[in-house]
Design a protein around this ligand. Sequence first.
Ligand SMILES: [Zn+2]
Length: 320
Amino acid sequence: MADSDVPRIARRVMELILRHQRKGQRTGDCAHTPCPACRDAHLHRVERYVAAGEPVRMVLPAFPGKSPNTAKVLGVLPDMAERLALDFLSGLTGRIREVYAPGAEILICSDGRVFSDAVGIPDEHITAYQREMQTLIDALPRPSGLGLFNLEDLPELAGLGHDRMREVLTERYAEPLEQLRKRVRAGEETALYRAITRFLFEDGNTPGYTGSRAALQRDARARAYIVIQRSKAWGDLLADQFPGAVRLSIHPQPCGADKLGIHLVETADNWLTPWHSVALDTGAGGFVLVKREEAEARGAELVREGGRPSHYALRAALAA
Ligand SMILES: [Zn+2]
């Protein structure tokens, strides 16, 4: 294509992505949609792909595995909640293909293996979840524009046990925990630390938990540091593996940051992720993500597909 088209096409691609930007709720950043500062922060990467006539590659650390808390989710395997997110992400790559024929690829870099021990998900469950994610992606209309990448996909880790893989990741990429603790105490990464601590506390506060809230809170704080440490190590490894890719995140990011927060489902006001929730068919407005206990409290009925629990539906949706 003509060189003069590259900036124009790259801007259109960025604007399609930024329609789904996940913005901080309190910061007041990014007042415009699309936000020009956030667009410009990533534009040069997109321009490089467009100038080369290659698909625009995006890297998204997400979809670790289902929360172990059955008050939030239906089980271990991906269900309608993940299907909605994969449909949505695949749809985004399709819209990009309409303005730029080589299209885009979103590489979902599951962080489940990276911190399964710290979030209390057995490695077998991570494996089963990832396998089913691949099956769901394979079932999408082609090209789906989606790919999966896991810790065990690194050739140099082949054949190692899962614990050893995490050790190698930590040795090569992790910030020392003591240094991370100091930074959090000094006010850095506070929002992320609080969010992860809350998730770990909720996920440990299951009907079967018999200890004290204070003990659970202490434990959640200690594990939150490990989750953040490994997540950052994973992010650094991905930057090495996929230099030049646009780095997406499920968390809101500061305006103009080198990571871009995006939503995973069309209902943009929702902060729940598919792996911390269930899909609820509301009838009128389609699906929303809610905690399983909320779907049940609203009297929704469980819908099974392929012999497995898939999602919930309100009666109005079932009657339609
Ligand atoms: Zn911005």
